[in-house]
Design a protein. Structure first.
Length: 98
């Protein structure tokens, strides 16, 4: 399972990237045989009120199945990362149980 983290934020350091990789591996470890690669993109987004929020875009490429794409935007960076990973885990579990 190859994990690619693309950072479009200036405040994201190496330790946060390692934490994201650790969380992804832990959350998706039971389903790793079905996953070919994961792309995790973090960027800033401006909401309709003009506030800067964090946007996460997660793509899970699967063997012989369509990709899973999850997007989330929240004000808190750690909350949006956690939420995207949880959504991806639930979505992949449902897809594989069918």
């Amino acid at each position: 399972m190859k994990i690619d983290i693309q950072n479009c934020l200036t405040e994201l350091d190496q330790s946060l990237e390692e934490d994201i990789q650790r969380r992804l591996r832990l959350a998706l470890s039971k389903m790793a045989a079905y996953i070919s690669s994961i792309t995790f993109i973090i960027s800033d987004a401006i909401d309709p009120n003009g506030k800067v929020e964090k946007h996460c875009f997660l793509t899970i490429s699967l063997y012989r199945m369509p990709n899973i794409v999850i997007e989330e935007t929240q004000a808190d960076l750690y909350f949006v990362i956690d939420r995207v990973i949880h959504k991806a885990t639930r979505t992949l579990s449902r897809k594989l149980s069918l």
